[in-house]
Design a binder for this molecule. Structure first.
Ligand code: NAD
Ligand code: MG
Length: 397
């Protein structure tokens, strides 16, 4: 099968996933055309990308960066202005695949617009499915839009279940590296710095997801992502720590057979798979040398030192606005940790407090999600420094 020439809109092209996506395009120019790019504050990189890929238009969210881009390459491309620029590009009719690789809640509304416009979504922005999984999956069914995961674990699961009947899937086993603080005690985690937390052992990624990996919240978000992508009950999604990050995830089938997908930790491979699915387009990314790796190990996650994973399961089971609340509190807490305003364990504490104190509701629309995100951020921003909190109530599961 030939993948044809896919016309891409790369949202967040200046980020880690955005740059890896453009590298996949560079290696396969006969298969991909870049029509739109978007960035935030890294004007210099966006200018380089515009010179190389000649997109029809770009959206630049940060006003100073937008002015710089317009001044330097305004004659080469349309530089869109204002808060609706991302939605404007997402709704255009002359591209077919959105690479959704903004970070955080900012990715939700452009992705919704692209789904409503009938685009194929190559999804890196897991937060979209975390905050609004039920609505998003319903929308993709209504509009007939494929939702193809870029996240390496979910790409692995998809590769394991291709050709399998849905009733054959017994359990999804997500692998986690354990991050830079695997094996650390709660006490030792009090003193960790952003610089230490940003040093991921296996993957080079944007700062928000790198902190999420250090707290294990990334795996919590991925449990929620898997629940919606593969329509599996949370009780059938397990997490196992696998420090080598070679097995990207596994699926256990109802007959006891287990399939795993392996590879070197390189996001270009799952991006390539999402952009060429259901084809297998040959590529020359680094190959896995399993004898050089030698040993693969597995262990249980430590939910005492890393409570974020449990909080994510709790929020998923509680449903309604709870996952959006979890996500918003996490974004506020991670930003505060990166500013050195709070200690590392305070991230999980603030999320737990937010889930307990911000009123949770059922969800019927994207507007409900936007409001839950706003209300949680407001609460979390005003309570972030309070460290003597003792939770009295819990979300019931
Ligand atoms: P990043 O921080 O490197 O890049 C984020 C991109 O979004 C940048 O282009 C930035 O300009 C843009 N952006 C940020 N805030 C914005 C805003 N408010 N408005 C408009 N644009 C904004 O992040 P990343 O590591 O590439 O991650 C992107 C997404 O992919 C995240 O959801 C992450 O969880 C997911 N993901 C990343 C990896 C990885 O290896 N980096 C792996 C799996 C999943
Ligand atoms: Mg992942």
């Amino acid at each position: 099968m030939n993948s044809g020439n896919k016309i891409l809109a790369v949202f967040g092209s200046t980020g880690s996933i955005g740059c890896s996506t453009l590298e996949v395009v560079r290696r396969h120019p006969e298969h991909f055309t870049v029509r739109y790019l978007t960035g935030n504050s890294n004007a210099a990189l966006l200018v380089e990308q515009i010179r190389e890929f000649r997109p029809a238009a770009v959206a630049v969210s940060d006003p100073a960066a937008r002015a710089q881009v317009a001044a330097e390459v305004g004659q080469l491309t349309e530089v869109l202005d204002g808060p609706d620029a991302l939605a404007d590009i997402a709704a255009r009719d002359d591209y077919d695949t959105m690479v959704s690789s903004l970070v955080g809640f900012a990715g939700l509304l452009p992705t919704v617009t692209a789904i409503r416009a009938g685009k194929t979504i190559a999804l890196a922005n897991k937060e979209t499915l975390v905050v609004a999984g039920e609505i998003i999956t319903a929308l993709t069914r209504t509009h007939g839009t494929p939702l193809l995961p870029i996240d390496s674990e979910h790409s692995a699961i998809q590769q394991c279940i291709v050709g399998e009947p849905a009733h054959g899937v017994a359990r999804i086993i997500l692998t986690a590296s354990g991050g830079p603080f695997r094996g650390w005690t709660t006490e030792a985690l009090q003193a960790v710095t952003p610089a230490q937390a940003l040093r991921h052992p296996n993957w080079s990624m944007g700062s928000k997801i790198t902190i999420d990996s250090a707290t294990m919240m990334n795996k919590g978000l991925e449990v929620i992502e898997a629940r919606w992508l593969f329509d599996v009950d949370p009780s059938r999604i397990d997490v196992v720590v696998h420090p080598q990050s070679i097995i990207h995830s596994m699926v256990e089938f109802t007959d006891g057979s287990v399939k795993a997908q392996l590879g070197v930790p390189d996001m270009k491979i799952p991006i390539h798979y999402a952009l060429t699915y259901p084809d297998r387009l040959a590529a020359d990314y680094d190959r896995l040398d399993i004898t050089r790796i030698g040993t693969l190990t597995f262990e249980e996650p430590d939910s005492d030192a890393f409570p974020c994973l449990r909080l994510a399961y709790d929020a998923l089971r509680a449903g309604g606005t709870a996952p959006a609340c979890l996500n918003a509190a996490n974004e506020v807490a991670v930003a505060a940790f990166l500013r050195r305003d709070i200690a590392f364990p305070r991230i999980a504490a603030l999320i737990e407090e937010s889930l307990t104190h911000v009123p949770q509701h059922s969800v019927t629309s994207i507007d409900d999600i936007v409001e839950a995100d706003r209300a949680t951020r407001a609460w979390a921003e005003t309570h972030i420094m309070q460290t003597d909190f003792q939770p009295t109530t819990r979300i019931h599961t």
